[in-house]
Design a protein around this ligand. Sequence first.
Ligand code: AMP
Ligand code: GLY
Length: 422
Amino acid sequence: MNILVIGAGGREHTFAWKLSQSKNADKIFVAPGNAGTAEFCTNIEISVNDFQKIKDLVLAENIQMVVVGPEDPLVNGIVDFFSNDSKLKNIAIIGPDAQGAMLEGSKAYSKEFMQKYNIPTAKYGNFSIDTINEAYAFLDSLQAPYVLKADGLAAGKGVLIIDDLDEAKQSLKEMFDGKFGNASATVVIEEFMKGIEVSYFVLTDGTNYVLLPEAKDYKRIGEGETGLNTGGMGAISPVPFANAEFTKIVTKTIIEPTINGIKQEGINYKGFIFIGLMNIDGTPKVVEYNVRMGDPETEVVLPRIKSDLLDLFTATYNGSLNKTNIKIDEQTATTVMLVSGGYPENYAKGKEISGVEKVAESIVFHAGTKQEGNKVLTSGGRVIALTSFGNNKNEALKKSFESAEIINFEGKYYRRDIGFDL
Ligand code: AMP
Ligand code: GLY
């Protein structure tokens, strides 16, 4: 079967790497891909939101399976585009329809969904400029710190956590005034949840689901979880406190009601659900849904799956996930992200990367890289993720950190404390 992976990051390199191990995989295309996927796939320079060009590629190359990496094309309705097109409607596409993608694309929608299906989450209210006085009163009723979330997609930057009440009111006003463009025309105000975060991942066919390994991501640029938010600086799976007992509670109170809600709403959902949650003294509450896999969580979750990923995707599309078994590697996987100096603010691109071929103890997943002649250059803030296995997190991390020293490019930075809190 020919396969198309949509996206360009470490997540998409990992998808392509795992799919390439499948007995049924033939040619793998990645649009647009990176220097890592170029080594064993065919990269096609198409924007993830150019549905017409994606259609032309799928038909020209006899592609039977499309795996959508990022949220943007899902929120923009790529799955609906396929199901409404007579030539594409039988192509297996992995991801939810546009309504399902609103679980990530609209925080107001996802909070209403959680409330409707009794899924534990922080107390909240949705407000716009017309209800600003109610919003101020709601803030007055909460205790610090205050959580303000732009309703729409804001490239991971739309959540503000503010200690001071007056400052929170000021920021709220700025959000209504367009701080995040149209994405903050509606703002969700939430109660702050104090606990430790963990992410659960499921693959669902809309009725059945399989539970994938959980993971913990390290989002801040600085060690000790300080400084600006990034896309993610490293990840670990499994997460020790997410034991069988905790997972049972997550399944009963969160995963099953979520799948049930998707079914009740008539959402066409054949894809991943990424549930970010807070463990509050043993009680899980949802922080957010994403309708795709995480990056860099994918770089630790997929390597731990022993089963054939293409078979799992086929079962997802056919609605037969209840007949599949998933085998998970017991080992710990860690990933450490090498980033460009200055990221997540301004950083240079086009720096030559060396040493990749010398890495022996880790799997090298490319994120922001591109091939130019026989050189591999940096082309993004997050450059390379180094995934390693071990019997415990320290064994695995040791390998990832050693590999991080072998690869070089000007301005290279990485966090040396991934997993410090576990
Ligand atoms: P989100 O985009 O909703 O995942 O929010 C980004 C980050 O903000 C999360 O990963 C949490 O670390 C934090 N966060 C969001 N909502 C809350 C909340 N209600 N209480 C505490 N932390 C939160
Ligand atoms: N690493 C966080 C995300 O992919 O949303």
